[in-house]
Each structure stands twice: as structure tokens, then as C-alpha cells.
Write a new protein. Structure first.
Length: 191
């Protein structure tokens, strides 16, 4: 089984990436094949509502965008999707939402390739906005008919400067518990 882990932070090596990689480490230890995608340095264009994904024979977005190349294929290949985002002005980053919006539209137009896959969200913020951002990402999973496991608390961590999240012991443990629950769910679904 394969899990795609996404860091929606524009900062490479920051707290969101640390959190997503901590979850992927647990998933790998549970026998999952893991794939990591960082949105740092990627200027993912937003969906233009062109409808081209519904007219094309390809299972992909037709909008030319080097930052988005191969993304849909990685979602299709994965059995589980783990999305992490920092809180930016009370919500997920524009990069995260541009990616999810475009994948979501292709998913809707192309037979629901995300249906019954497992989805999990991780959110990192300095002070507040975690719960809305967590809900925002979870809404993507729910609208895509995905299965969302829980954890021992909200899947959030606190930190501002790179590495600060490592000082949030409860947050890191909650993220590790989420990853273990994600692996358990994926194994149960696989039969």
C-alpha cells in the first residue's frame, strides 16, 4: 500500500514538512510505501474552471502548469493521502488549496478515483486557526468520498520558526497516532 504525503508549506524544511515526515516515518514502519511531495518552490496555479478535465480523455488537469505535472498520477497511485498545511491567515495555504481544488475537480470528472481511499490532515500554526484549517482539508477528503481516521486529539502542532514543532511533544505524538490509525485503517480496508 502506498501513501502520498504532501507538505503544503511554501517553506522547505519547515514545521509542516517535519510533521508530515514524522507521520510518513510511522507509516513506513507499518509497511507502507511512502511518497513525499513538497509544495515549497512550486507555484501551483489555481483551477480556472475551464472544464477541460471533463472533456479530455486523460485523467489529469489540462491547464499547462509545470508545478502540477504528475500530481494527479501520484494521487491515483496512492491508497492514502496525507495533507499537511501551515495556517496562513486562518486557513490552509494558497498552494495547498490550489492543488486540492485541481485534483478535486479532476477526481469529480474522472470516476472518483479518490473514493474510499484514506485521507488524513495535519495542520501546523503559530497561534490559532488550526481547527478551521483542519476542517478545510478534511472537507476535501469528505467531498471526495474518502475515509478519514482520527487521532488522540486534533492533528495539529504548534510552531513558528523551523523546528519549533519538535518542542510540541503532544502535537508530535498526536501526529504519530494519526499515522498509526491511518495505517490500521488502510490495512483493514485492504482486507
Amino acid at each position: 500500500m502506498r501513501v502520498l504525503g504532501i507538505s503544503g508549506s511554501p517553506r522547505a524544511g519547515g514545521n509542516t514538512e517535519i510533521a508530515v515526515r514524522a507521520a510518513l516515518d510511522i507509516l513506513a514502519s507499518e509497511g507502507m510505501e511512502v511518497d513525499f511531495l513538497s509544495l515549497a518552490g512550486r507555484q501551483v496555479k489555481p483551477c480556472t474552471a475551464c472544464g477541460g478535465c471533463g472533456k479530455s480523455d486523460e485523467v489529469d488537469c489540462v491547464q499547462p502548469d509545470p508545478a502540477f505535472e504528475g500530481v494527479v498520477e501520484r494521487f491515483v497511485a496512492a491508497d492514502g493521502i496525507l495533507v499537511g498545511s501551515p495556517v496562513y491567515f486562518g486557513s490552509a495555504t494558497p498552494e495547498t488549496m490550489a492543488l486540492l481544488d485541481r485534483v478535486g475537480y479532476v477526481n469529480r470528472r474522472k470516476q472518483g478515483f479518490l473514493r474510499r481511499k484514506v485521507g488524513a490532515a495535519i495542520v501546523v500554526g503559530r497561534r490559532a486557526g488550526h481547527n478551521f484549517t483542519l476542517a478545510q482539508i478534511n472537507f476535501f477528503f469528505l467531498l471526495s468520498e474518502m475515509i478519514v481516521p482520527g487521532s488522540t486529539y486534533w492533528n495539529v502542532g504548534f510552531g513558528r520558526e523551523k523546528g519549533d514543532i519538535l518542542g510540541d511533544a503532544e502535537g508530535i505524538q498526536t501526529i504519530r497516532d494519526l499515522a498509526a490509525n491511518m495505517a490500521w485503517t488502510m490495512k483493514k480496508l485492504a482486507g
